[in-house]
Design a protein around this ligand. Structure first.
Ligand code: 1HN
Length: 362
């Protein structure tokens, strides 16, 4: 609990310094020299707790899917570069932000299409929603993607996608470009050719690193990004099924798995933390808050989530976002599996991340 005298001091600071004619004239003269008084802005600049601009929000797949199909008839993947419908947070319209720090959108690729090769400093993740037979070629290695798979595009690695299946394929794209752009560290390049040459066998990264062993010839210093490019849903499902059979659900998180870099034990991606959880039907989670902003994608099951003052019901393939520090409670009416990604990985690297496991409704 915060010290009550501290709370009083916050209040005093938030009320600010009163205006007088002399002060106003001083501010105006200072402004002409590109100067401003800190005491007018301090309370909003260094807040006593996180104040995200983003609102909690849910997008129903049933609402979004018809727009994806229509987009297929309007623009080709080659024209669009990436045919993505962006999830725009209602409080941050026009900024391509699902939250203050993260990007989310759904990409659709039709049979026979290719999304041309490019690379960028921003890291990307794919979470496959619908369809079979699409691949992502990442640094010259193809990975065939199935629903529920989590696929990594590391920073500055060439990547193109294609669909060799019979029907359109849809996946969720999560990117960290808003964090990269905050630091003005963005670069992007397009390849002259549509597709990067294939230089490794399909899914070689999983064959080499996906079984708790690693080639003895691996680099001495592991990268901050996982050497595994595709974490298949069959493995996550198998682990969650076993966890649910043999151990009690965590009261705040349910049965939850984190996707890790096997060479470091850290998150699979350097900036974005990814997890998969299973919530048993009927039991609601206890209230939980953390400083990371989390994007959820429903894999299976149905339920409702209370995020701050808002409440959303959800069904398979719906996407919802919980802004930093808002209290979350999740309730599954049918056993539910939720994929999630957040900015926790970058927050941990900067020693910023905090969480609170609460006991009662607040
Ligand atoms: C991008 O490069 C991809 O490579 C997907 O599939 C979504 C959203 C914004 C900027 C770049 C991709 C993207 C993106």
């Amino acid at each position: 609990m915060a010290d009550p005298t501290e709370l009083l001091r916050h209040k005093a600071m938030d009320q600010g310094v009163a205006e007088t004619d002399a002060r106003s004239a001083f501010y105006a003269r200072a402004g002409e020299k590109d100067l401003a008084p800190l005491w007018k802005v301090l309370a909003g600049l260094v807040t006593p707790f996180p104040r995200p601009k983003a609102l909690a929000h849910r997008w129903r797949y049933a609402d979004v899917r018809p727009f994806l199909m229509e987009a297929c008839d309007l623009v080709t993947a080659a024209e669009a570069e990436r045919r993505v419908m962006v999830f725009e947070n209602p409080a941050l319209r026009g900024q391509s932000r699902v939250s203050d720090s993260l990007f989310a959108g759904l990409q659709i690729i039709k049979p026979g299409e290719v999304a041309p090769a490019h690379r960028h400093v921003a890291s990307a993740l794919r979470f496959i929603i619908e369809g079979e037979g699409a691949y992502s070629a990442i640094g010259g290695e193809r990975s065939v993607m199935h629903p529920g798979d989590f696929v990594i595009t590391p920073s500055w690695v060439w990547h193109d996608h294609g669909n060799e299946g019979p029907a359109p394929v849809v996946w969720l794209d999560g990117l960290d470009m808003h964090i990269v752009n905050l630091l003005n560290a963005s670069f992007r390049e397009e390849m002259a050719d549509q597709q990067h040459p294939i230089v490794r066998p399909d899914d070689a990264s999983r064959a080499e690193y996906g079984h708790a062993m690693a080639p003895a010839s691996r680099p001495l210093h592991p990268s901050t990004v996982s050497p595994i490019l595709n974490y298949p849903y069959v493995r996550a499902d198998e682990m969650l099924t076993s966890m649910a059979a043999h151990s009690p659900a965590d009261p705040w998180r349910g049965h939850m798995l984190d996707y890790l870099n096997p060479l470091t034990g850290d998150w699979a991606m350097p900036t974005i933390a990814t997890s998969m959880r299973r919530l048993p039907a009927g039991i609601g989670t206890k209230p939980y808050r953390s400083t990371d902003t989390t994007v959820f994608c429903v894999v299976e099951g149905e339920g409702t989530s209370k995020i701050g003052d808002l409440e959303f019901d959800w069904a398979p393939h719906d996407v919802f976002v919980a802004p930093s520090w808002e209290v979350q409670e999740h309730q599954a009416s049918r056993t539910a599996t939720l994929f999630s990604y957040s900015d926790r990985a970058v927050q941990e690297k900067l020693s910023l991340w905090r969480e609170a496991r609460l006991d009662a409704k607040i």
